[in-house]
Design a protein. Sequence first.
Length: 451
Amino acid sequence: MMTTWTTASMTLKISVLSQNQRESTLWTLTKIDLLIFATHLNNCVFRYHFTIKMSFACQRDCYAKTYKTKVVSCEPVQLEGKSKYEVILEDTVLFPEGGGQPDDRGTISGVQVERVVRRGSTALHYTDRPLEEGGEVELEVDWERRFDHMQQHSGQHLITAVADKMYGYKTTSWNLAIGCDAKCFIELNTKSLSAKEMEAIEDHCNRSIQQCTSVKIRWLQSNDPELQTVRGRGLPDDHDGEVRVVEMEGIDTNMCCGTHVSNLSHIQAVKLLHTENKRGSTLLFFVAGARVFRQLERCYGNERTFNKLLSVGPEEHVAAVKRIQEENRASSKHSRNLLRELATLFSSLHLQSEPVNPLAIFHRNDGDVEFMNILASNLSEKGVLLFVTVGGDKGSGQFLLAGTPVQVKELGPKVCTVLNGKGGGKGGRYQGKCSNIERRSEVEILLKENM
């Protein structure tokens, strides 16, 4: 027997099971249906069938830190090549990734949850340990991570709305970077964003935060005409049921499945950092909430460090660094000139010896490619077989073998092998990089044996 009752908020269907059906008490939760079995009454069992909103507990109450529910299923699976357990619960306070927001972390009765993903309206929790099917469990959210995501996500909605309202710039995508020190960004459909525009957007956002603007969650029917006026980039293909809308009073109304603050004052502050160009659009980087204060703390710590290193105050940091850079460039130029002169001097001294040694071997810790090439140009033309290395006395470095094409073709690969290097060449030169420069003495023996 089946009876259907209809109320303003849900449809209630009651079916009566006979005595011999009483054992069939395990039902699978579907995308929008919740089956709850009642007590025995007059040798019958009542089945209550509720049609409900496509939502999780974390979406109905974003501030809930714990939640009691039951395990529907627990199956062993492979996740990213590792053995895990896929757990489905009657409901969950752990948000599965979606809407640009990363998934939550937390525990199920003390068992660590490593991932939460959505399949339709079912949340899949991945754990290292199994959980008893049908057992009651208590979930606990990693609140620091969750609230950080709420601040960043609500901050993104606010920045997006203000940039559109003030300048008509639309947000085409966004990224909520994971980690309390990471920087988020929104992608705007404009080729550039001036410093003056950034300042105005940031000021408007923070004034809205200071005014303690209310943020409300509403649910609309999928055919509600109001959805035509709501900001959003469309619904997932597997969406079913009512549409969740996040409304910042007087500022923005947006379709969104993510977790949000209930009042803009909970964001605390937003800070727009910088922009980058991306194929005709602009990436606007920002931080919100506690990340603003961490950014300030890090910047202030760096400022104090630079005060000591540069022996000047913050207002002189840029000038001091520019001065050091100019000095370094001048010093590097001077060093390169000295190396050129040394290479010319070494080759001249070698050629002045009587008789001229047909094998020349040089190593210079502070040498470079130009140093090696000058030696090669001066000596190989005189019939001298040259082997030169630059870099430290051990570990990685660079080498060059120069001589007649026949010599180099035969000996170059052998030298490369001894030094555990990679290289190549043509004509009378063979050069490359190596990881065992300390074995150059073995190369010297090799070359002498093949002269």
